[in-house]
Write a protein that binds this ligand. Structure first.
Ligand code: BES
Ligand code: MN
Ligand code: MN
Length: 462
């Protein structure tokens, strides 16, 4: 039997080519202009699962984009691993900031990826990381090294809130029955510092609209005498943080879990250089909530950020105008125990309360989701830990991430199984940003490591 290392070595060119082909299809779930491409991607994923050795592959229709399902059941008495991933990607905008077109993948070397990285939208999030699992399955099937049953559930709406995946899961408990859910849609600390993501933040996303006068006005004739919605909106937004960068919404922190001194000390042991962090972002300083470190601010603490703000005249030159309306999109990252629906309500009530007379305010909730923490004393964590040890030669570090995969908490609720997050991306891979990329080293290491998870999980489970 061939090792995953030598199989990867022998097939790496093909593994890269196949991923490049998948990355060429612009599966942007947020933009309906790309509908056919999203569906085409689902088809390509289904074919790849069949080619890798799944006995059953299906395109499962939902009210939205389809879920791709695949399975290889070798023995009903053996454990079952359910792999989750997503084939949709974020919009590539702003397109002029890309060094090469987002859907024409190119391989380039970088300081962090001297072996080369694939530059394309979705390279890391999540087509590249999802495809590692398809190739790991191919290895296991071709080399008689699949120790248990495997199911794949690859969705096309992760980047827009996974609403229809929830619909699909609620209707398919039996089909999706499993012993553990395995996901690569997060990151690792560094190439020589393997880590397992043990926490995801929740999310509440809202859009606000402030209306002043019923039409745009001459800012000379009316300025000073009526509320300017942009002035008011920015003032309201500014008031959502106090001088210590605490969020001022009443009740916002009520359910926030406070980590013990010991837990925080353990977190602080993870290798991290504030200097490099600042340098990578061209910052003269970091910024955030008083009393917490950078790594705490972006993982165990909740946040509130304006993602976009608009109104009035933004074209060339000057136009003297008081706009009738101003808008903003605001996201709140939540920590475990904070309920996203409750937080959305708290935000709405507070934001309406602080509106001065002279304007009207509307709060429109978008999507949201719960945070998640994985225990580090379960067999799924132990199996992943052993897998990294075999390939990286050292124990991985548990790390809470700041990102969100809202569907994970629903997996536990509906399917009653734990999720293990084995991410191989780096924070510098620019997911959601221009020039997203995925290191070839990381891609191949992922394919090499995954089969060891199957091996150790099956051993520990039986
Ligand atoms: N893969 C990311 C989440 C992620 C990235 C978690 C890196 C941890 C480390 C996922 O595709 C994503 O972008 N999620 C969205 C939430 C969703 C509801 C749009 C996010 O975190 O903004
Ligand atoms: Mn993702
Ligand atoms: Mn994403």
């Amino acid at each position: 039997m061939k090792s995953s290392k030598s199989y990867v070595e022998e097939n790496k060119e093909r593994f890269i080519e196949e991923l490049v082909e998948l990355l060429k299809i612009p599966s942007i779930s947020a933009d309906s202009a790309y509908k056919e491409d999203v569906i085409k991607t689902a088809d390509a994923v289904k074919k790849s699962l069949a080619a890798a050795g799944c006995d059953v592959t299906e395109i499962c229709d939902t009210p939205g984009y389809p879920v791709v399902y695949g399975e290889k059941i070798i023995d009903k008495n053996l454990p079952t691993v359910l792999v989750y991933g997503h084939y949709d990607v974020q919009p590539p905008d702003p397109i002029n900031l890309w060094d090469s077109p987002p859907f024409e993948p190119v391989i380039k070397k970088t300081e962090i990826h001297p072996e080369g990285a694939i530059f394309a939208r979705g390279a890391c999030d999540d087509k590249g990381q999802m495809y590692m699992h398809v190739k790991a399955l191919e290895y296991m099937v071709k080399n008689n090294d699949l120790p248990c049953n495997v199911k794949f559930m690859i969705e096309g709406e992760e980047e827009v809130g996974s609403e229809n995946l929830a619909w699909f899961i609620e209707r398919n408990h039996d089909k999706l029955a499993n012993d553990v859910i395995l996901i690569s849609d997060t990151g690792m600390i560094a190439k020589d510092v393997p880590s397992i993501t043990t926490g995801l933040r929740g999310l509440s996303y809202v859009e606000v609209e402030v209306t002043g006068p019923n039409r745009d006005l001459h800012s000379g004739l009316y300025g000073g005498a009526v509320a300017n919605p942009i002035n008011v909106l920015t003032k309201m937004i500014a008031s959502l943080h106090d001088e210590n960068n605490h969020i001022t919404i009443p009740g916002f922190y009520d359910k926030v879990e406070e980590l013990s001194k010991e837990e925080r000390a353990k977190m602080a042991e993870a290798p991290f250089s504030l200097e490099n962090y600042k340098k990578a972002l061209d910052l003269n300083d970091v910024y955030g909530e008083e009393g917490y470190t950078t790594n705490e601010r972006n993982s165990i603490r909740p946040t509130l950020d304006v993602n976009g703000i608009w109104g009035g005249y933004t074209g060339e030159g000057a136009k003297t105008v008081i706009a009738s309306k101003a808008y903003a999109k605001i996201s709140m990252r939540l920590v475990p125990n904070q309920d996203w629906k409750e937080i959305t309500e708290l935000f709405k009530t507070h934001f309406e309360n602080i509106a001065p007379s002279g304007v009207t305010v509307k709060v429109n909730p978008h999507h949201g989701g719960q945070g998640y923490v994985t225990p580090i004393d379960g067999i799924e964590y132990q199996a992943a830990s052993e897998a990294y040890k075999e390939v990286f030669g050292k124990e991985p570090i548990p790390q809470r991430s700041g990102g969100s995969i809202p569907i994970v908490s629903l997996f536990e609720k509906e399917l009653k199984s734990k999720t293990i997050l084995m991410g191989f991306g780096l924070d510098t891979d620019a997911i959601h940003s221009p020039n997203e990329h995925f290191g070839i080293w990381n891609y191949l290491k992922g394919i090499e490591t995954i089969p060891f998870f199957y091996k150790h999980f099956t051993n520990l489970k039986s």
